[in-house]
Ligand binder design. Structure first.
Ligand code: PGA
Length: 249
């Protein structure tokens, strides 16, 4: 996974059967040698995973789920999907710890269990961390990130299967992104934390929160950032392609 630039599309609770076809243009782009370095991962709603898997079969695009249940075994958890089911649907990745799921009950401890469950099934993980606006205003950003990482990674050996997505909650869906210098500083701090907590020398850190085809030229200047987790702008193939082209060019 090294040297790749990640473009991870988080479709959230959007997309129907028809919209699956819109990714054909992105598949075409992914086959262009010029974009060899772009590791594109689509995370559609669970209901569309197998359609996506079929469609990307002959490309290097990968598919991920947006969340998972922490139970490694099947069980009476109505409405939930565990990592076993995700793996069997053909997906290779799973987003864990997204702030929208933290907001509805995912604690750092639950997130830790989910990460363990995903590793057990050989799924790669997009582990989201980030502070809320109130936490930022109270100067709590670093202590929040530290506890998200410390508890989230508890009893998990350093490995190459986790991508760390720094997503300031105040930036998600708001159109607001951090100032480049602040974001760069924050990524350096996260890197140091990971070195200390996880002995991770070269963690893959990506950024998420209102990434679009306009602000990408600014965001891509931060060379420590190895890719982007993209919500709104990933649902439109043209916008998503623009982001990839502007980053790689
Ligand atoms: P956004 O979402 O790009 O729409 O801000 C990002 C995310 O929630 O992962």
């Amino acid at each position: 996974m090294t040297n790749n630039m990640f473009f991870i599309a988080n479709w959230k609770m959007f997309g129907d059967l028809k919209s699956v076809n819109s990714i054909k243009k992105v598949i075409k782009l992914s086959k262009n040698k010029k974009f060899n370095k772009a590791q594109i991962i689509y995370c559609p709603p669970y209901t569309l995973i197998s359609n996506f898997v079929k469609l990307v079969k002959n490309s290097k695009i990968k598919i991920g789920a947006q969340n998972c249940h922490q139970s490694q075994n099947p069980g009476p958890f109505t409405g939930s999907i565990n990592t076993e089911l995700i793996k069997s649907s053909g997906a290779n990745y799973v987003i864990i710890g997204h702030s929208e799921n933290r907001a509805t009950g995912d604690t750092n401890h639950i997130i830790n269990l989910k990460i363990k469950a995903a590793l057990k099934k050989n799924l790669k993980i997009i582990f989201c961390i980030g502070e809320t606006l109130i936490q930022k205003k109270r100067n709590k950003t670093n202590s929040i990130l530290k506890s998200q990482l410390t508890v989230g990674l508890k009893n998990i050996k350093n490995n190459n299967n986790i991508i760390f997505a720094y997503e300031p909650v105040w930036s998600i869906g708001t159109g607001i992104i951090p100032k480049t210098t602040n974001l760069e500083k924050q990524v350096i701090i996260i890197k140091k934390m990971l070195m200390k907590i996880w002995k991770s020398k070269d963690p893959k850190i990506i950024y998420g929160g209102s990434v679009n085809s306009k602000n990408i030229s600014e965001l891509k200047k931060i060379t420590l950032i190895k890719g982007f987790l993209i919500g709104g702008a990933s649902q439109n193939a043209k916008n998503f392609i623009d982001i990839i082209k502007k980053t790689i060019n």
